[in-house]
Design a protein around this ligand. Structure first.
Ligand SMILES: CC(C)(COP(=O)(O)OP(=O)(O)OC[C@H]1O[C@@H](n2cnc3c(N)ncnc32)[C@H](O)[C@@H]1OP(=O)(O)O)[C@@H](O)C(=O)NCCC(=O)NCCS
Length: 167
């Protein structure tokens, strides 16, 4: 590199996922599903849900992902949230969840929840713990696919969104 031309640190950007992101998202979720409390996702699921997904990108590398899935009237879930280990604790997870919340607000969704074994991560974003039973039964369909079911250690957290009243 020429003297005086130090390269700027590469920025992490958050954007909507595209078709080419499916393989890196799949690899990221598969890795964490082996070691962390995270549901594995098939490629079929990722193709079907691709429009729900956001990714964090550094250069051309996917370093994080997360999805906002509409579950019911006025209710959406943050799912499949993961940040590659070397980039954890750099607020990338925070930015992914904030982007999901912005999307929920845009859609006029009044409540967003997550099922998580890291409730304090969500609490720093304004989520609070809720009784799992307070969520519609439909949201437990994913749980049936989990190897831990029914001995689950995940807690439910939720945040109420300020959205305009419906006409
Ligand atoms: C959970 C996860 C997405 C957080 O992403 P991240 O980019 O590392 O988190 P951030 O840097 O935005 O964290 C912000 C704050 O949340 C809290 N936090 C971060 N990770 C946490 C964790 N795993 N558990 C509890 N609190 C956590 C901390 O207070 C942190 O602030 P600090 O670094 O100043 O102490 C990431 O650790 C991850 O990918 N974990 C493995 C996959 C996983 O378990 N996914 C399921 C999550 S529901």
């Amino acid at each position: 590199m020429k003297k005086g031309k130090a390269r700027a640190p590469r920025q992490v950007t958050i954007r909507k996922a595209r078709m080419a992101d499916v393989e890196p998202i799949h690899a990221l979720i598969t890795e964490f599903s082996r070691t962390e409390s995270m549901l594995p996702r098939s490629r079929a699921y990722l193709y079907e849900s691709l429009r729900d997904f956001l990714i964090a990108e550094r250069g051309s590398t996917v370093v994080g992902c997360g999805a906002l899935t509409i579950e019911w009237d006025n209710l959406a879930e943050v799912k499949s949230l993961a940040v590659v280990r070397p980039h954890q604790r750099k607020r990338i997870g925070t930015r992914l969840v904030k982007a999901c919340l912005a999307e929920a607000r845009r859609l006029g969704i009044g409540k967003v929840f997550a099922l998580t074994s890291s409730p304090s991560f969500f609490e720093h974003l304004g989520f609070h713990r809720v009784d799992r039973e307070s969520l519609p039964h439909k949201v437990w369909s994913d749980c049936l696919k989990c190897t831990k079911f029914p001995d689950c250690d995940e807690l439910a957290v939720a945040i109420e969104m300020k959205v305009p009243p419906r006409r």
